[in-house]
Design a protein around this ligand. Sequence first.
Ligand code: ATP
Ligand code: MG
Length: 388
Amino acid sequence: MNEMILLKLGELVLKGLNRRSFEDKLQANIHRRLNGLGQFRVYTRQSTTYVEPMDPSCDMDGAWEAMKKVFGVVGLSRARACEKDKDAILAACREYLDGPLSSARTFKVETKRADKTFPMTSIQLSQYVGGELDEFYPNLQVDVHHPELTVYVEIRDYAAFVHADPEPGAGGLPVGINGRAVALLSGGIDSPVASYMIAKRGVALEMVHFFSYPYTSPEAKDKVLELARLLTPWCGHLTVHVVPFTAIQEELRRSCPEELFTIIMRRFMMRISQAVAKRCGAKALVTGECLGQVASQTMEAMAVTGSVVELPILRPCVGMDKEEIVQVSRKIGTYDTSILPYEDCCTVFTPRHPRLRPLPGEVELAESKLDIESMVRQAVEGIERVRV
Ligand code: ATP
Ligand code: MG
C-alpha cells in the first residue's frame, strides 16, 4: 500500500441537512464509483474522507479519476505512504513532493496524528520535517500564515502519509441528499448540462427521452443513451425512460393548428414526465430550456407549458449564454456526442411559424378535442426502461 486518496468535503455547514447524512450519502456514492476498481477502505474523519486501497491490485489511477467526479468533494489529493518514522517521512516528502518543493518559495508542514503512540507530537514532527526541508531546498522559506505550499503529514494506524496542496474536486452536494427529479434528456447540448447541474446540487435523476420512431432513427436514441452513460460518472447509474412519442405527434399534427404544434407537444412532454416522476417518487422536472433560445423558450411559452403540471420545473440553463453551456458540456464530456447530427423529435413536424406568445385560452381550446388522459396513459404504458 504506498498510496491513498484524500477527499476534502465541501459545504458542511448546511442548514437543514445534517453532517451525518451528508457523510453517509457521500461514502455510499464513493463506494459505488469504486466498483470494479478493487477493494478500498473508505472512512471519514474531520471533513476528510480517506480512500485507501486494500491490496496492490487496486486501480489507483481509475479511482483518482472517479473521485474527481464525485459531488460533495471540494478538493482531493493523492498521498504517498511510508514507514512511521521521522526520517522515512522526510525522505518520502523529498521524493514524492520534490516537484512542488523545488518550485515554491514559501511553505509550511502540517501534521495530523491519528496514532497517538507516535513518539513525537504533531508540532514536533512538523518542526522537524519543515526544518530539514527548509535546509535542503534553498528556494524555500517557512511561512506558517500564507504559505504557497502546504506539506501535509498524516500518521495513521498502520502507516504515515505525505501529500501536498489538493486539486479541485467536483464541488456540489452528494447525489441523493436532495431527493429525486426527472430530467428531460434530448440529444442536444443543453439538457445533459442541465442534468449535470441539478445532480450537482445533490439530486438523484431519472431520465426521460421522447422517441419518435420512425421519424427519428435508432441512432438518435443510441445517442441519447450514450449521453446518459456519459453522465453516470457524475450522477451515478441512471434509468432512461424511453417514451414512444410518435402517436401523440401524429395526432397533434392531424388535429391542432400548425403554429401551436410545438407548444402543445411540449405540454404533453411535461404531462408524461410528471407521470413518470410520480411513479418514481421524483419531486421536480428538469429541462435544458434557456430564455429566448428558440420559439418555445419565451417566458409566455414556458408559462403555458409549465401550467399543465404541479411539479416545479427546474431550468438551470435558463440564464446562461450558449457559449457558457458549451463550456460546461465540454468540461463534463458530453459535447462531442451532443453535436452528432441526429434529428430530435422536436425537429419532426416543426411549424413554419411557431407562435412565440400564445394567447390565453388558445392552447386549451386547441387541446379540447383531444383525449389527453388516454394519450398520456398510452405513452406511459409504452415506456421502455434502459439502465445505463
Ligand atoms: P437541448 O440542447 O437540450 O436539446 P434545445 O435548445 O434543443 O435543448 P428544445 O429542443 O426546445 O431546446 O428542448 C428544450 C428542452 O426540452 C430540452 O433541453 C430537453 O430538456 C427537453 N426536450 C426536448 N426534446 C426532448 C426529447 N426528445 N426528449 C426529452 N426531452 C426533450
Ligand atoms: Mg433539442
